[in-house]
Write a protein that binds this ligand. Structure first.
Ligand SMILES: NC(=O)c1ccc[n+]([C@@H]2O[C@H](COP(=O)([O-])OP(=O)(O)OC[C@H]3O[C@@H](n4cnc5c(N)ncnc54)[C@H](OP(=O)(O)O)[C@@H]3O)[C@@H](O)[C@H]2O)c1
Length: 250
């Protein structure tokens, strides 16, 4: 049967995979949640919006005759990843995740781990500080309990509503960023603490390197748990899987 791929996207890796799939002449669609106002142009057809939970996704897979699913969502998109695993199992369609290893602390890093966003909010219950808050615009309201801080917010799109803390500055930028630029940014804004998700990969790592160089502490939000699934760490691995799909299976 001709391969017809669904790529669950929203990441640089998904875009890169889409390029490789298109180049190989395979059929495929990239799916976005619709959180970003101007998603990057894809070399494959795209669809936007939720599927309607596990059942909605299963219906989509069947009605669109999808043969393979690649979950290339962000490591914090746990709900989508759980749904993909269950829906693919129900529909009998092979699934692989294209993901990234989490960052690990290196010599010179000063990390405090938070288990989730709520843990990071709790860790900020402290006297006023100047914080670079790198959690994405969907989570800004969670930080309302700590309005005493100055927050530097770097976002792909402007906030949909004013952040619930008065002292902040918004930078709208998609990156990529360099450690030198992020170091200069932290110095310019007098940042003394960074809050980051453990996204892994290179795209968001500059601020972690910059924090290390400046000796600044980081509250590192650990990844949500995601059920076991076949995982790949490169586009090449996924392309190999598409050539030998039966090996890794559902
Ligand atoms: N969370 C992050 O930190 C982060 C960072 C960068 C990029 N992103 C990207 O942004 C998207 C949404 O993230 P999230 O944290 O809101 O995910 P989530 O909490 O796991 O997903 C919530 C719901 O959004 C819909 N959804 C998520 N990803 C989708 C996709 N690729 N295509 C179609 N529907 C999708 C699904 O709705 P239904 O149940 O209705 O199907 C899902 O149940 C993901 O695609 C992710 O790759 C997330």
């Amino acid at each position: 049967m001709t391969r017809n791929l669904l790529i669950l996207g929203g990441t640089t890796e998904a875009t890169a995979l889409g390029g490789a799939v298109a180049k190989a002449g395979l059929r495929g669609t990239v799916s976005f949640a619709g959180r970003v106002e101007r998603p990057k142009r894809q070399p494959l057809p795209q669809r936007i919006g939720g599927f309607g939970g596990v059942e909605g996704l299963r219906d989509y897979l069947v009605s669109h005759q999808i043969t393979h699913v690649v979950d290339a969502t962000h490591p914090f998109a746990a709900q989508m990843s759980r749904n993909a695993k269950t829906a693919c199992a129900k529909a009998g369609i092979p699934l692989i995740a294209l993901t990234r290893a989490p960052w690990g602390a290196q010599t010179g890093d000063s990390w405090t781990h938070a288990p989730d966003i709520a843990g990071a909010v709790a860790a900020l219950d402290r006297p006023a500080a100047r914080i670079m808050l790198a959690v994405g615009r969907m989570h800004l309201n969670d930080f309302a309990p700590n309005p005493q801080h100055f927050y530097l917010l770097r976002l792909v799109d402007p906030p949909q509503s004013p952040p619930p803390f008065p002292d902040h500055h918004v930078l709208v930028s998609r990156g990529p960023f360099t450690a030198a630029d992020d170091r200069a940014l932290m110095e310019a804004y007098g940042i003394d603490l960074i809050v980051s998700k453990n996204a892994g990969g290179t795209g968001a790592y500059a601020k972690i390197e910059a924090a290390r160089e400046l000796g600044l502490p980081v509250i590192m939000i650990d990844r949500p748990a995601i059920p076991d699934r076949a995982e790949a760490y490169s586009v090449d691995e996924v392309m190999a899987w598409l050539g030998h799909g039966a090996d890794l299976g559902v």
